[in-house]
Design a protein around this ligand. Structure first.
Ligand SMILES: C[S@@+](CC[C@H](N)C(=O)[O-])C[C@H]1O[C@@H](n2cnc3c(N)ncnc32)[C@H](O)[C@@H]1O
Length: 222
């Protein structure tokens, strides 16, 4: 188990707002989000529904954290609370995110748990990833929908987020492609991509020159 199991416990003991997550996600969250706890992060989750996850994030990230929710359903506004602000609109609307980033220019974590429609996921990523803070994390969940026709998905279908993410592996390694693939902002700003069942996590970190020095042990004659 990663972290101290706060999120597992919170979920299983939740008696407040409706909260809907797959159980295996909690370990993934704790692995990638632990370093932000009690550091006053700004966290943006697409997909509010019953508001349970926003309350969970507030409890997990602690005092000083700001939790921003985005949902297309105006009813979700009722789940606002101290340090939890909800914006109503669609995750494929650039104007909505312009408004959010004007108010919160420093977002540390994005969690996409919105429509799960493949072209929405890709569009949100293209709009938001570059704006996430330089040591931030971008997590997309429920990517099993990328294999389902009703969400625009299908195995190896060209425009799914899963296929999009596979191409980002090439971007991550662009410096080694002998010019075939020029390094991009993604190459320069991404440290790691982690693939799980239904979840992909991107971790940002400014990248330096790729170096491969050879070192030798020193020999001290007696
Ligand atoms: C899976 S639920 C979110 C669950 C919540 N994060 C939780 O863990 O309990 C998905 C939410 O996405 C919202 N949604 C659907 N289409 C959307 C869109 N285009 N933009 C933003 N939100 C959308 C739905 O209204 C619904 O509330």
């Amino acid at each position: 188990m990663n972290g101290d199991g706060f999120l597992h416990r919170y979920f299983l003991n939740n008696g407040e707002k409706r909260l809907h997550k797959w159980l295996h996600y909690f370990d993934i969250y704790e692995r990638h989000f632990e370093r932000f706890r009690d550091k006053s992060p700004v966290v943006l989750e697409i997909g509010v529904a019953g508001g349970g996850s926003l309350a969970m994030w507030k409890g997990y990230f602690g005092p000083g954290s700001k939790i921003i929710g985005v949902d297309i359903d105006p009813q979700c506004k009722q789940h606002e609370a101290e340090d939890i602000e909800i914006f109503i609109g669609s995750q494929d609307d650039p104007a909505l995110f312009d408004t959010i980033f004007e108010k919160y220019p420093h977002v540390d974590i994005v969690i996409d748990d919105g429509s799960h429609i493949v072209h929405h996921i890709v569009k949100s990523f293209l709009m938001l990833y570059a704006r996430v803070s330089v040591r931030g994390v971008y997590l997309i969940e429920d990517l099993h929908t990328n294999y389902w026709e009703e969400y625009g998905g299908g195995l190896k279908k060209a425009d799914t987020f899963i296929e999009f993410a596979k191409s980002r592996i090439d971007d991550l390694n662009a410096c080694h492609t002998r010019g075939a693939l020029p390094p991009t902002g993604f190459t320069a700003g991404t440290d790691a991509m982690s693939f799980y069942d239904s979840v992909i996590v991107f971790e940002k970190r400014p990248q330096g020159m790729r170096q491969t020095p050879i070192t030798n042990g020193m020999f001290f004659p007696r």
